[in-house]
Design a protein around this ligand. Structure first.
Ligand code: NDP
Length: 445
């Protein structure tokens, strides 16, 4: 009965939204875990909770005209998916990347709904983005683009309605331009964005939060296996916001990060990546990771980013993008002795890769649990904005760490309660879903 219910909802969704593979993949993964929940809670099916939860409450698609430095006019497409507001204002980042389309933004918004539920904070789920490619654009071009983006988006967001943040291609610079333009055209100064600069309402610790949180989560998985990060060899894909701070925390816990990547390739440094050099190249100079190997002679650069998973390691932290780690890569990791994978990125492992990790019974922390530190600290930024107060780094970091410990415990305990001990995919999906579903029941239709 419950399996039929889940299958019916998935089939309808695929018929209604053909050609959205990432969205189907994310829904399938969550719904795979939920059959036992519907066995136990018949009222969810009667109330049509599943049909309602897979359908975004609102999707806004708009054009973004802008002029480049040479005077040429361009038009990009903007998307904001306001997925589910049961638990609070829609909350989720904005992505600037040429691959962005409705399938990708919907998969991210769907995942975000359950992730935000797991944080224990009152946050609904949403996500946004555009197919604009910021690579190689001047500061002025980025500013004009961000202003044009916000000229439409401002109508749909508000501190109590929908609170965006950064994601791939959107960091402090872009958020500054978008928040500044919002403030100008709305004539209000409130916490409508998170990830803001520290001088205008940002939270100390937000920049580090997703990467640090991922390592805190992984550390809990390791503790359950009577080990930790000390002297472990770690692979981290990506070299953006999440990857850099995952590396920083892993190193501070005594690990050696031996490889990192960008979309062009990866660097391998047996003695451990020099994070100071990498940060300067990536955060300040916005250069390619290949430059790292030119500066640090002990490092070797290899073109093509997927080869990183063939390097022997103890722990892998995929922190770049969706579907970056496939079944073959997962098999190579397991064969080479990897004991833990924690996802800093959203859905970086393909379904085949997830199956390999679960079958091998290595510690596996899915993104919606392991990377929830970013949105959690965004929630803390919203609290500070509402109070018009700022907490110290230590206060924010202590709260973040406790939230990650709680998320891990919730996922682990829920997995055991539903007879799949150790399966944090099931644990995170079920726990995240149950809270949203119960609140939707409380509201009626
Ligand atoms: P950044 O833009 O700062 O960095 C992204 C990194 O991933 C870059 O090194 C980039 O390389 C690489 N990358 C992007 N696309 C690809 C691709 N198609 N193939 C290989 N590498 C790629 O983004 P973030 O660090 O903020 O985000 C990384 C991941 O973490 C995303 O999945 C995001 O959704 C997720 N996440 C981010 C949060 C945050 O707080 N920022 C919160 C929770 C999840 P290149 O420069 O060459 O493109």
């Amino acid at each position: 009965m419950s399996i039929q219910y889940v299958t019916r909802v998935v089939d309808t969704l695929k018929r209604r939204y053909p050609g959205e593979p990432e969205f189907h993949q994310a829904v399938n993964e969550v719904l795979d875990s939920l059959t036992p929940v519907f066995e136990k809670n018949k009222e969810f099916e009667e109330a049509g909770i599943l049909e309602r939860i897979v359908e975004p409450e609102r999707q806004i698609i708009f054009s973004i005209p802008w002029v480049d430095d040479a005077g040429k006019v361009h038009v990009n497409r903007g998307i904001r998916v306001q997925y589910n507001s049961a638990l609070g204002p829609y909350k989720g980042g904005i992505r600037f990347h040429p691959s962005v389309n409705t399938s990708i933004i919907k998969f991210l918004g769907f995942e975000q709904t359950f992730k935000n539920s797991l944080t224990g904070l009152m946050l609904g789920g949403g996500k946004g983005g555009t197919d604009f490619d910021p690579k190689g654009r001047s500061d002025n071009e980025i500013m004009r683009f961000c202003q044009s983006f916000m000229t439409e988006l401002y109508r749909h967001i508000d501190a109590d309605t929908d609170v965006p943040a950064g994601d791939i291609g959107v960091g402090a610079r872009e958020i500054g331009y978008m928040f500044g333009h919002y403030k100008r055209i709305r004539n209000v100064f409130h916490g409508v964005f998170t990830g803001k600069g520290l001088l205008y309402g940002g939270s100390i610790g937000r920049k580090e939060a997703t990467g640090f949180g991922c390592v805190y989560f992984c550390n809990e998985m390791l503790k359950d296996r009577q080990t930790g990060f000390e002297n472990k060899k770690v692979l981290i894909s990506g070299s953006g916001n999440v990857a850099i701070y995952a590396a920083e925390k892993a190193i501070s816990f005594g690990a050696k990060v031996v490889a990192m990547s960008d979309s062009g390739g990866y660097v391998y440094d047996e003695g451990g990546i020099n994070l100071e050099v990498l940060k300067r190249l990536k955060e300040l100079e916005r250069k390619r990771i290949s430059e790292y190997a030119k500066e640090v002679k002990s490092a070797k650069y290899t073109e093509g980013c997927s080869g990183i998973w063939s390097i022997p390691c103890d722990i892998a932290l995929p922190c770049a993008t969706q579907n970056e780690l496939d079944g073959n890569a997962a098999q190579a990791l397991v064969k080479n002795g990897c004991i833990a994978v924690a996802e800093g990125a959203n859905m970086p492992s393909t379904p085949e890769a997830v199956k390999v990790f679960l079958d091998a019974k290595i510690a596996y922390g899915p993104g919606k649990a392991a990377n929830a530190g970013g949105v959690s600290t965004s929630g803390l930024e919203m609290s500070q904005n509402s109070m018009r107060l700022s907490w110290t780094f230590d206060e924010v970091d202590a709260k973040l760490r406790q939230i990650m410990i709680n998320i891990h415990a919730t996922a682990r305990n829920t997995a055991a309660e539903y007879n799949t001990p150790g399966n944090l995919v099931n644990g995170a999906n079920i726990a995240g879903f149950l809270k949203v579903a119960r609140v939707m029941m409380a509201y009626g239709l």
